[in-house]
Design a protein around this ligand. Structure first.
Ligand SMILES: C[S@@+](CC[C@H](N)C(=O)[O-])C[C@H]1O[C@@H](n2cnc3c(N)ncnc32)[C@H](O)[C@@H]1O
Length: 330
């Protein structure tokens, strides 16, 4: 990763965030950059103008197709975690009857903006996942790809954690002795046969999913997010210098550290580890595929006549393959 030292210093972004020490892991960096209560990208109290495009922000036909798909499950509760600007939630609430709907987001600001336009007794808002009885359908789109992650590199049979030195703004690699990380690196190596590769640690995603599993009595969880199976993930990671991507005004920003707090930061997930973890908790995997495959085979998306907009969702160079879909069952 290239850091433009002068730009970073002149920005004085580190003063804003009050890091606990001089050598910080990427998990601490992302935790501040995205979730600091005063200055973090998602939580700061400025008017919300999204810098990212998610499948829901482009096309209402996509949202309607998903709602139709979800309604087939006839669950008693619907829960969306990480509602963002609420494009999906608003349409879902309009279309749903006889269901308790739970809208969850860490951001008070986002929740209160949605509360202003949704005023129905069956809709509940919270910052934390509620514990639900009966049958629930839970929807998570582009939420798992913004949880803070640690960043590693596997080289010559050793695993190093990448850290940011806040004294000289250089990236340092620190040998790790964390057995869980080393085992994960070996798994990726065995699947990909690569000798050197970068990877992220998805333990926060696993804990998050465990909470989802424990909070529903029974039902389904639909995850739509950037990511790959493990072998493809290592191959894809080898094509880029930096596994983290940042967006501002819908443009990808390369040297993003100087914009810390003002950019959305994301990355590709390991869908194998998400699905394996769910099975380890006791659940089953009902579906996995690319967004394009999912929309074609499981929804009425192709009935839409807007072929230009549909291209975004179906073209493998656009969202069609970059996004993956899994349906998990408890
Ligand atoms: C990239 S936006 C996606 C919004 C929406 N799901 C969509 O697809 O358009 C991520 C959202 O997840 C929320 N978020 C991040 N971490 C969360 C967590 N641990 N619990 C609840 N919401 C979270 C953020 O505040 C933000 O609104």
């Amino acid at each position: 990763m290239v850091i433009n030292i002068n730009a970073v210093k002149s920005q004085a972004w580190t003063d804003k965030f009050k890091f606990s020490r001089n050598l910080i892991g990427f998990d601490e960096y992302l935790d501040k950059a995205l979730f600091d209560s005063m200055n973090g990208y998602y939580l700061k109290d400025t008017s919300i103008k999204e810098d990212f495009i998610t499948p829901s922000t482009l096309n209402s036909f996509y949202i309607n197709s998903l709602i139709k798909f979800i309604s087939n499950f006839k669950s008693e509760n619907f829960i969306e975690i990480g509602i963002g600007d609420g494009q999906f939630s608003k349409k879902y609430v309009e279309s749903s009857i006889n269901q308790d709907i739970y809208l969850v987001d860490l951001s008070e600001k986002k929740l209160s903006q949605i509360k202003e336009v949704i005023n129905q007794k069956n809709v509940h808002f919270s910052k934390k996942q509620p514990k639900l009885t009966k049958t629930s359908f839970c929807f998570l789109q582009e939420v798992l790809d913004c949880l803070p992650v640690r960043y590693f590199v596997y080289r010559d049979e050793l695993v190093y954690e990448k850290k940011i030195n806040l004294e000289n703004f250089k990236i340092e690699e620190v040998l790790t002795e964390d057995d869980l990380i080393i085992n994960y690196a070996w798994k990726l190596k065995l699947k990909s046969h690569a000798n050197t590769f970068q990877f992220l640690d998805f333990s926060k995603q696993i804990s998050f999913l465990k909470e989802v599993y424990e909070n529903i009595e029974q039902g389904w969880v639909l995850i739509i997010d950037y990511g790959y199976r493990q072998k493809e993930l290592v191959q894809s990671n080898q094509l880029v210098d930096n596994l983290l991507r940042a967006y501002k005004n819908h443009q990808q920003i390369q040297d993003f550290i100087k914009f810390t707090g003002d950019v959305d930061i994301t990355y590709d997930l390991d869908f194998d580890i998400l699905m394996e973890s769910w099975v380890n908790f006791g659940g089953t995997v009902a579906y996995y595929g690319t967004l394009a495959e999912f929309l074609i085979s499981k929804t009425n998306f192709l009935d839409s006549s807007d072929s230009l907009k549909n291209r975004y969702y179906l073209d493998s160079r656009l969202m069609g393959e970059a996004f993956k879909v899994t349906l998990l069952k408890k």
